[in-house]
Design a protein around this ligand. Structure first.
Ligand code: CP
Ligand code: NVA
Length: 307
C-alpha cells in the first residue's frame, strides 16, 4: 500500500504529479464522452462536508463519484453536529471510519488541516478562506487542453487577494508562469505558505490595464468572498475600477482566455460582454472541475493507474 495523502493546498502535489493528473483527467474525460463505463470505486463513499454554499463543487464531486460507481454523501454543517459545536477532530475521527475519502469546504485553512490530522482517509480541500486547489487544477487543465503548456505564460489577476488568487500564485511557481495582480491599495497579496515569490512569478500593480498587458489569461473573481460579507459595501467601492471590461481584455494578447471560477456578478468584477464573449472559457472551467477532481480521487485512492 502507498502512503495516505491529502490534497489541502496546491503545493501538496509536485509538477510531475500534476502532469500525471492532467493526462489522467483527459483520459477520464474521453472515456465519459465515449460512453464507456469506468467504475473503479464501486462500494466506496465520499463524504462532502459543506460549511459554505456551493453549486459547482458539490455537483462535480457528486457526479464524479457516481460515474466511478461510488457514492457521495452531502453533509451541511448546519444539519450535522458540527454546526452545534462538535469538535472538528471528533467529526474527522467518526466520518473517516465509515467513508473512504472526504472533501471539506470550510472557513480557515486550519480547520481542514485539523480534520486531515485526525482522518483515517484522504482529505481534499473543497475551498477554504485561504485556498481553492481544485479550482486552479481545473483552470490550468482547461488552459493546457485548449492551448498547450502554461509554462512561461502570463496570468493577469484583476481583483482581490483571496483563496483563488493565492492558489494561482502557488501554481505559478510549480508551473513556472507569471501572475500579475491588479488590486486596490490595501488589498495586496499576503503570502501564507512562507514561500518567496520573485518577479519572475509574481508582480503587483494598481492599474488593471498594466496588469493585463500581453497576458495569456485574464481572470478575476468576486470582490467579496464567502465569509467576508460584512465588508461587502466597502469592497464594492474599493474595487469599482477593477472590473474586467472589453477595454481591459484589449490589453491582453489577441488569443487571451478569460477565466472566472464562478459564481460571477456581471457588471461588478466582469462585464457581460467579456464573460459571455468569445474569449471566455468559464463553462469549460466549470465542467473540468469534475474531470480533474476524478483524477485526484482516483490517484488518492488507487495510486497511479496505467492504461
Ligand atoms: N467555483 C466554485 O467552487 O463554485 P461553487 O462555489 O459553486 O462550488
Ligand atoms: N473567492 C470566492 C470563490 C467562490 C468559488 C469565495 O470564496 O467565495
Amino acid at each position: 500500500m502507498f502512503p495516505m495523502r491529502h490534497y489541502l493546498q496546491f503545493t501538496d502535489f509536485t509538477r510531475e504529479e500534476y502532469d500525471y493528473l492532467f493526462k489522467r483527467a483527459a483520459i477520464l474525460k474521453a472515456k465519459l464522452a465515449a460512453g464507456e463505463l469506468y467504475q473503479p470505486l464501486i462500494g466506496k463513499v465520499l463524504a462532502m462536508i459543506f460549511e459554505k454554499s456551493s453549486t459547482r463543487t458539490r455537483v462535480s464531486f457528486e457526479a464524479g463519484m457516481a460515474q466511478f460507481g461510488g457514492h457521495a454523501m452531502f453533509l451541511q454543517s448546519k444539519d450535522t453536529q458540527l454546526g452545534r459545536g462538535e469538535p472538528i477532530e471528533d467529526v474527522a475521527k467518526v466520518i473517516s471510519r465509515m467513508t473512504n475519502i472526504v472533501m471539506v469546504r470550510t472557513f480557515e485553512q486550519s480547520i481542514v488541516e485539523r480534520f486531515a490530522d485526525n482522518s483515517l482517509v484522504p482529505v481534499i480541500n473543497g475551498l477554504t478562506n485561504e485556498y481553492h486547489p481544485c479550482q486552479i487544477l481545473a483552470d490550468i487543465f482547461t488552459y493546457i487542453e485548449k492551448n498547450g503548456s502554461i509554462e512561461g505564460k502570463t496570468v493577469a489577476w484583476i481583483g482581490d487577494s483571496n483563496n483563488i488568487s493565492r492558489t494561482w500564485l502557488q501554481a505559478a511557481k510549480i508551473f513556472n508562469f507569471k501572475l500579475k495582480q491588479a488590486c486596490p491599495r490595501g488589498y495586496e497579496m499576503t503570502v501564507l505558505d512562507g514561500q518567496k515569490y520573485d518577479v519572475e512569478h509574481f508582480e503587483t500593480f494598481y492599474d488593471p490595464y498594466q496588469a493585463a498587458r500581453d497576458a495569456d489569461i485574464v481572470t478575476t473573481d468576486v470582490c467579496t468572498s464567502m465569509g467576508f460579507e460584512r465588508e461587502t459595501l466597502q469592497r464594492r467601492k474599493d474595487f469599482l475600477h477593477y472590473r474586467v471590461s472589453e477595454k481591459v481584455m484589449l490589453q491582453a494578447k489577441a488569443n487571451a482566455m478569460f477565466m472566472h471560477c464562478l459564481p460571477a456578478h456581471r457588471g461588478e468584477e466582469v462585464d457581460p460582454e467579456v464573460i459571455d464573449g468569445p474569449q471566455s472559457v468559464v463553462w469549460d472551467e466549470a465542467e473540468n472541475r469534475m474531470h480533474t477532481q476524478k483524477a485526484v480521487i482516483e490517484y488518492l485512492l488507487l495510486g497511479k493507474v496505467e492504461e
